[in-house]
Design a protein around this ligand. Structure first.
Ligand code: BTN
Length: 325
């Protein structure tokens, strides 16, 4: 552990209490000058630390940044976030960066986080506005040894993992709208962008990108999103620690990902159905070439939404926009 991390641990153990430079220096067996240098570095990382020549140092507030050391602290996963975490203050898109890293051999479990994105991407070439560092923008690298045909389940299991994480963190009524929207009170709080690289009949890598609105206020949203988007803060009037939210998500993600790797798709799909707001509902589905109207009767093992239209025709839908009627 670095001197900086050791000092941070001592400060955290004494949160809101003074700890003298001398005690720190003796405890960690480093010079007072080295302590002072690392305290300055911690301040640059966003920790609010008071300094007094007589009393020493006092940590009064944790950093608001999504720092690697905060993500790793008490992270209860085995793979995701345990090794490489790439952290960027500002990047074009964490999904693009993840693809670049994966194509150079970065292993499964690596995560890429950013405070902001300049060209955050949504589904179907849409953009994901990522100008506020109050939210989570993350991409995960996956290398499952399964057929590309199983990959649509990844988006569904990610949606379940997000919903489960949000349910653990709040009392909110979380719903999944097929395939990749997480809603609260009919407003979108999170979206998933899954990108896949295949080589003939095996998966090279999958990138799962998640945009999750955490501490944004309504006034932070652009006008066109004010009526349709929400955040944890907007819904609960409370601020959340982004690293805590992220860790809860990673834990749930890994749990459902191991079901996926064991091909236990039924367990994923039955939880998805419980959390979905489209099951047995009348919907309009906009496909790239036509629109279908009917009732959602199921979701199958391939991740397709099964819609029965008014002439009793059954449609298996893999990609489209669902509008609840
Ligand atoms: C959607 O709902 O259309 C999907 C939105 C996905 C946004 C996330 S933010 C992190 C990752 N990087 C991107 O460029 N997009 C995803």
């Amino acid at each position: 552990m670095s001197t900086k991390d050791k000092i941070l641990n001592s400060l955290k153990e004494n949160l809101n209490n003074w700890i003298s430079g001398e005690v720190l220096s003796n405890q960690l067996d480093v010079s007072r000058a080295a302590i002072s240098k690392q305290i300055n570095n911690l301040k640059k990382d966003g920790y609010t630390i008071e300094s007094s020549t007589k009393k020493g140092y006092k940590l009064v507030k944790l950093s608001e940044f999504l720092l690697v050391n905060e993500i790793k602290e008490n992270l209860k996963t085995n793979i995701f976030g345990q090794n490489n975490i790439f952290y960027y203050n500002n990047i074009d898109s964490t999904n693009n960066q993840a693809k670049l890293l994966a194509s150079k051999g970065e292993p499964e479990g690596t995560i890429i986080v950013a405070e902001k994105q300049t060209t955050g991407k949504g589904r179907k070439g849409r953009s994901w506005i990522s100008t506020s560092s109050d939210n989570i923008y993350i991409s995960l690298i996956l290398r499952p040894k399964l057929s590309p045909a199983d990959s649509p389940i990844i988006t569904l299991m990610t949606a379940v993992a997000i919903a489960e994480a949000l349910l653990e963190l709040s009392d909110l009524d979380i719903k999944i709208k097929w395939p990749n929207d997480i809603l609260i009170n009919k407003k979108k709080i999170a979206g998933i962008l899954t990108e896949i690289s295949t080589d003939m009949d095996y998966i090279d890598y999958i990138i799962v990108g998640l945009g999750l609105n955490v501490n944004s206020q309504i006034s932070d949203f652009p006008d066109k999103l004010k009526e349709i988007a929400t955040s944890l803060f907007v819904e609960t009037k409370q601020s959340f620690s982004r690293s805590q939210v992220l860790k809860t998500f990673l834990y749930k993600f890994e749990k459902y990902y191991s079901l996926f790797k064991n091909k236990e798709f039924n367990k994923i799909l039955s939880r998805w159905k419980e959390l979905s707001n489209v099951m047995n509902k009348e919907v309009k589905v906009e496909l790239f070439d036509k629109t279908i109207q009917g009732k959602v009767i199921d979701i199958d093992k391939k991740g397709a939404l099964i819609v029965k239209d008014h002439e009793n025709n059954i449609h298996d839908i893999f990609s489209g926009d669902v509008i609840l009627l």
